[in-house]
Design a protein around this ligand. Structure first.
Ligand code: RIB
Ligand code: CA
Length: 324
């Protein structure tokens, strides 16, 4: 295994599981996160931008955060307050500093489009994209600056489902919010790994594991509190919480943590009952070229161990900072 860190760009809509994805990305020690772009999805664009800066400040991640689209390309925004709370970070999002003790002053930086374009065109090697929200920012960048596609190693995205959806019976939330953007990305020709509900609904963190996290200092406590809120929604259906977005991050630096099939995936953008469906052609009946590695199996225990290790690393760094 190479010791070199993998250069990545994260595009997210924090969002509770997005926050855990950022925890893993900055705590695993295996990724060079060149930038973080935010997009409206789980909550408004204003909230996702603030939540990303607040949470990254809390975990001590020094990285540029760029605000992206406040709405899908063609449709009104659909959010998920029932899952992530009205400000997007569960209960910790309700207080001004989000319960993290971090003063987050607003900084009007450059746009997500400028961040994505500049990093991809100037980084010395190809960059892996990790979109874990609606694909609006990525699609806009591809349409505005198509030359950036050649600078992408691959896209490892959280989204889609070969089987059941979660926003509708047919569609997973990220794809459902902006199906036209998802179609642009899946039709782009850039290599894609789809970390969909088929595996994220297996990548559960269980209550006893959340209690173990809670004992890992302030970082562990905050992540556990995010999981507590998330559990209010998911406990109706699962014994644990699916940490959807964090699995996409794990699959970048440990690709064999999931098992995949290389097949054609296209996105439904007009179906009355199937809008946002990722149509996965496992048997090749359409004759369309395979364009995506669809994840179907996951090593859950290995995934949870990565989360624990990342939280412990960040807590150690936080303690050092607090003594400075
Ligand atoms: O369907 C799960 C996805 O939708 C995750 O990315 C979650 O954060 C929400 O955005
Ligand atoms: Ca997300």
């Amino acid at each position: 295994m190479s010791d070199a860190k993998i250069p990545v760009l994260i595009d997210c809509d924090p969002g509770i599981d997005d926050a855990v994805a950022l925890t893993l990305a900055f705590g695993c020690g295996r990724l060079d996160v060149l930038g973080v772009a935010t997009v409206a999805g789980n909550t408004t664009g204003e909230n996702t931008y603030r939540n990303a800066r607040k949470f990254l400040s809390f975990i001590g991640a020094e990285v540029e955060v760029a605000r992206g689209a406040d709405k899908p390309m063609l449709r009104p925004l659909v959010t998920a307050p029932d899952v992530h709370g009205k400000t997007g970070l569960g209960a910790i999002g309700e207080t001004e500093d989000g319960g993290t003790g971090n003063d987050v002053t607003d900084t009007a930086g450059r746009s997500a489009l400028d961040l994505i374009t500049e990093i991809l065109l100037n980084h010395p090697t190809k960059v892996t994209l990790i979109p874990v929200g609606p694909l609006t920012n990525i699609a806009i960048a591809f349409l505005a600056r198509p030359e950036i596609k050649d600078r992408i190693e691959k896209i490892v995205l959280m989204g889609g489902a070969a089987l059941e959806g979660n926003r509708t019976p047919a569609a997973e939330f990220n794809i459902y919010v902006d199906p036209e953007a998802a179609r642009v990305v899946f039709d782009s020709g850039v290599p894609i790994t789809m970390i969909g509900l088929d595996v994220t609904h297996q990548a559960l963190i269980y209550p006893d594991e959340i209690e173990a996290l809670r004992k890992l200092g302030l970082v562990g406590r905050i992540v556990a509190e995010l999981m507590d809120f998330y559990g209010h929604h998911y406990r109706k259906r699962f014994e644990g919480n699916p940490i959807h977005d964090a699995l996409a991050v794990a699959a970048v630096f440990e690709p064999d943590i999931v098992s995949t099939r290389h097949v054609n995936v296209c996105v439904e953008t007009s179906g009355e009952f199937t809008l946002g469906r990722t149509v996965v052609d496992f048997r090749g009946v359409t004759g369309r070229e395979p364009n995506c590695d669809v994840a179907l199996g996951v090593d859950r225990e290995r995934f949870i161990n990565l989360i624990f290790a990342a939280v412990q690393n960040l807590e150690r760094r936080r303690e050092v900072r607090s003594r400075e």
